[in-house]
Design a protein around this ligand. Sequence first.
Ligand code: FES
Length: 412
Amino acid sequence: MSGAVTKTSSTQYIPLFTPVFNPIWTGNILKTGPCNRASNLLGYCQQFNEMPSRKDAMSSYDSNFYELEVLDKEFLNNSVVRLRMVSPQKRGMEYQAGQFLNIELADGDVRSYSMANVWANDGVIELHIRLHKHGKFSELLRTEIEPGSRLKVHGPYGNCTRVNPASTSSKILMLATGTGLAPLKALLEQILEAGSKNPVWLYWGGRGSSDLYFSKQMRDLENAFGKFHYIPVLSNPEPAWSGEVGYIQQVAARDHPSLNDDYVYACGAPAMVNAARVILTKTCNLPDQAFFADAFGQLVTGSVTPNQLVKVSMHGPNGQSTQLNLPEGSSLMEALRIGGHIKGICGGHASCGTCRVNINPKWVEKLKPVSHAEKRLLTTLDEFRSGDRLACQLIVTKTLMGLDFTIPDHLW
Ligand code: FES
């Protein structure tokens, strides 16, 4: 038995995380370590699609929790692993192409990954996971997670799913770097399976050809579907490379100088997503609302150097009150999660609602305004009340000194 994974003779488990309310915790630890964000989903959500089941899915913590069993683990190149999982029980996690899930680690930390395949009745979920040198989950993947291991999974999250193009002549451009391919592959499968008449271009970028770990599969799809075009682009190619060289957004803009009636999905490095949005909307006349990327840009991180503790008052069930000293610089969600006071299951991406707090009316006006994304999520949650905020969207700074808030009963 290791600290992270418990093994039995037949099955391996990632143990369940049990939040513990610690009324004397003073929160004077600033969490450091690998970023929680998915390596394969970074960007800025420009448009949301309605998902009617969302309210039900998020109405209780357990309703979007699944224990999934690893079917197989395959290295796609030196640093990308394909993990396929399935629910050992009947209840599988249904999702839409373009959504992501969170894997909960033993210490409550989460890692977010996009589903790389379209949902099917067999319930198999495919993830493409980039391994990081000192990553906590990467290490588990290298050494402990094997077929038969069980993982705690929450989801699905995210609203950047497929939209139906206004016209069958509208082009669909997909731009991915690295494992940003994963959600676009799922969307692509969905589009092709549906027999869409819209032409689709996939621009996939990497430094060298080994980064494009699914090139053969993409070529096979291109050969099978006449309306699908695959354009690999390398920024630092080997001498033998005869394909496109440069950055995918520039190659796409060159190939498609007019995108007035078309759609773009971008997924990968934030720099690429930002650059793609600018060049395609400004130069190629792509409408802003036709540019889709993932919601991970909603992640709020502090830019403040932690140099003091901020005292806040937290109230729980039955009027129970606690004074906490939180470190400057982290989000309120992170600071509370370290103490086990809230879950923050989506890792701060304004997607789960498990970090909801209700702000004392005296403080409501003093906080930064609610963003569009935050409002959109809050108003879908059960029992939404005036003064509700997502703790993941608030940074702990000294302006919050004396903040007074309540954690809703059902989140304890
Ligand atoms: S942590 Fe999920 S919405 Fe804030």
